[in-house]
Design a protein around this ligand. Structure first.
Ligand SMILES: Cc1ncc(COP(=O)(O)O)c(C=O)c1O
Length: 485
């Protein structure tokens, strides 16, 4: 492609992006393709000869686009959001243009220094303790893996790195991780990768609000110590995936401190809410944490991927991950941050740029305004559910996630013989699955589900950048109209 052709298609693609956003609401939120449908439309081998960009773009429109679920659709209410914004998108273009590989300071000094600066901005913005230092990771899963490996090395005096997790565990006692029964699967995955083993991830029971019970944690820790295990790490969920439950960081953190354990806080989505002074109380006790992660790529208008990881002791992180082959040594190593030592990857994308664009372009007040709007929309949606009377709210609405289910009024569904007025759990699951499929099948909204206390639960998570009250109202009206019909 020549530079002139690049200009032509570059302009075309920017126009395409603008039109895509202008018309996104006309597209089905959840892709409607069947399994295998996209693959059957693609050749089984790469072309031997060049193809024109016009053909490639035409195929993008006709083959790829129908197979995309639109995370940037304002009626995307599924999972947790992976939102973005135009400033972030523009920065991503520049990042791609620079193509910088930001593994050490020398490979792009501006990337390293901008990362240091924006992480300080984020730290101040969220009101995280001064003692924390931040680094960008790709995802919260990676950040949690870093925390688990750091915890393993703290517990074994770096014997894990030297002799392997198994040998270190044999000497110190089997290493264990403690986390809420509601914590994200990345904790278990990270523990498997870090060599703890799935059996040694101990799930702590939760209370009626799905938050970890500190007394249970303490009881289990004492039991494990008496049995010869070596507790290494506690992972708190600050905003669990199923219900946005907030583990009590103060009581859990004090236990971690008393038992000398690494304390990691996974605030993947909810962390953004700490930008709001009126919500900052969710961080009470975060000062006990050794590490803390939240994802600007979830609920801070920064395109995937961008995960902010903060640690109290960067030296420990570096000692855990650092390996310095001769070919990566530079004359300024003593004066600068070489982020390759701050995580798993050697090669790193220039993620700080999009965060910088977002923080400057919205300003902290602009970001707060968006977050407040989403929280208010979740409150409004909850109010509609309550007023209707046919829906049960299944978890506290802490921020921007509503967990609920439809319970038909008597006469609208079959009943069990022993309780004729109340549908069985199995019936409720079938009814709510059907409701979910029907509203998603309209293409106008996309919600997902979970199970809470074994109950099939619908989740409405409001966090897409351009969601307005009218989108939430439309979701409510679809649910209201399809429920019982
Ligand atoms: C609470 C929580 N932690 C971690 C993750 C993993 O996030 P990532 O995709 O950035 O690894 C998620 C994903 O939704 C999550 O909800």
């Amino acid at each position: 492609m020549t530079i002139d052709e690049f200009k032509t298609y570059g302009h075309k693609i920017v126009d395409w992006i603008a039109e895509f956003y202008e018309t996104i609401e006309e597209r089905p939120v959840m892709s409607q393709v069947m399994p295998g449908e996209v693959k059957t439309r693609l050749p089984s081998a790469a072309p031997e000869t060049p193809e024109s960009m016009d053909r490639i773009l035409a195929d993008f429109d006709s083959i790829i686009l129908p197979g995309i679920t639109h995370w940037q659709h304002p009626s995307f209410f599924a999972y947790f959001p992976a939102n973005g914004s135009f400033p972030s998108l523009l920065a991503e273009m520049l990042t791609a243009a620079l193509g910088a590989q930001c593994m050490i300071w020398q490979t792009s000094p501006a990337a390293a220094e901008l990362e240091e600066v924006v992480m300080e901005w984020l730290k101040k913005g969220l009101g995280l303790p001064d003692a924390f230092t931040g680094v960008l990771q790709d995802t919260a899963s990676t950040a949690t893996l870093c925390a688990l490996v750091s915890a393993r090395e703290k517990a074994t005096g770096f014997a894990g790195n030297e002799k392997g997790a198994a040998a270190a565990g044999k000497a110190a006692g089997t290493l264990r991780v403690y986390t809420s029964a509601e914590s994200h699967s990345s904790v278990e995955k990270g523990a498997k990768i870090a060599g703890f083993g799935r059996e040694n991830v101990i799930k702590i029971p939760v209370d009626g609000n799905f938050a970890m019970i500190p007394d249970k944690l303490e009881e289990i820790l004492k039991r494990d110590l008496a049995a010869g295990y070596k507790p290494a790490c506690i992972v708190a969920a600050l905003g669990s995936t199923s219900s946005l439950a907030l583990d009590p960081l103060g009581p859990v953190g004090r236990i971690a401190e008393r038992f000398g354990l690494w304390f990691h806080v996974d605030a993947a989505m909810a962390g953004s809410a700490a930008l709001l002074p009126e919500k900052r109380r969710i961080l009470e006790g975060v000062e006990y944490a050794d590490s803390f992660v939240f994802n600007p790529h979830k609920w801070l208008f920064t395109n995937f991927d961008c995960s902010a990881y903060f640690v109290k002791d960067p030296a420990h992180l570096i000692n855990t991950f650092s390996i310095t082959p001769e070919y990566l040594k530079t004359s300024v190593d003593g004066e600068v941050k070489n982020y390759r030592d701050w995580g798993v990857q050697l090669g790193r994308r220039f993620r700080a740029l999009k965060l910088w664009f977002v923080l400057r372009s919205f300003g902290l007040e602009g970001l707060r305004e968006k977050l407040r709007a989403h929280i208010a929309q979740a409150e409004q949606f909850t109010a509609w559910l309550r007023e209707d009377g046919r829906f049960e709210i299944l978890a506290p609405v802490n921020l921007n996630l509503v967990c609920f289910r439809y319970i038909p009024r008597s006469g609208q569904s079959p009943r069990t013989p022993d309780s004729p007025g109340v549908p069985s759990e199995a019936e409720l699951e079938t009814i709510n699955k059907k409701l979910l499929d029907r509203v998603n099948g309209t293409g106008k909204v996309f919600l997902t589900h979970t199970k809470l206390n074994g109950k099939f639960t619908l989740r409405m998570c409001i966090g897409q950048t351009n969601t307005e009250e009218r989108h939430v109202r439309q979701a409510w009206e679809l649910l209201r109209d399809y429920a019982g019909s």
